[in-house]
Design a protein. Structure first.
Length: 173
């Protein structure tokens, strides 16, 4: 009976010790901070998933791009159609961390997805139905404090004819 009691006490002590070790190792190492948007905790710091930043990974790289823009473009050779228009940039449904949707891209009425990076580079993601638009550009803040997207892109007509080299400037309102 004494041997059984010692086995039970030893088992309970071992189980309690194992539980303490397990609890300590699984404890959130970032303290009271909860890493968001797929961020993970490493050495008491949130390591953010691509497209997010900040102490809790709550800020998206796309946030500063979102808004309404006054747009203009010049093309070579000259294109018939809108050379000034209004466009909007919204967080893309595909990946809000580093993808935006540019509505009425180039004054064509098309919505295109673009990736953004931490260096403020913008790349249009080629997709079917965009009439061959491929684009690359940058985002900067001008002296007046407005965000400006400058894009260089190639454009062809809906029938696939013609090859136009264009520059588009989008100034955030």
């Amino acid at each position: 009976m004494k041997a059984l009691r010692e086995v039970i006490i030893s088992s309970l002590f071992t189980l309690a010790l194992f539980s303490c070790v397990l609890y300590t190792s699984c404890k959130n190492k970032c303290g009271s901070v909860v890493c968001q948007n797929g961020g993970t905790c490493s050495s008491n710091v949130c390591v953010c998933a691509t497209g997010y930043f900040g102490n809790t990974c709550s800020s998206s790289e796309t946030a500063e791009y979102v808004g309404t823009y006054d747009c203009s473009k010049t093309c070579n050779p000259a294109i018939v159609g809108a050379v000034t228009w209004e466009s909007s940039v919204v967080v893309s449904a595909t990946n809000g961390g580093y993808t935006v949707t540019i509505n009425d891209f180039g004054g064509t009425g098309l919505a295109v997805d673009a990736t953004v990076d931490s260096l403020n580079n913008i790349d249009v993601i080629p997709a079917a139905g965009t009439y061959g638009i491929s684009a690359r550009g940058t985002y900067a803040v001008n002296a007046a404090g407005h965000g400006v997207i400058t894009m260089q892109f190639s454009e062809s007509t809906s029938t696939g004819t013609g090859n136009y080299q264009c520059q588009m400037t989008m100034t955030k309102k």
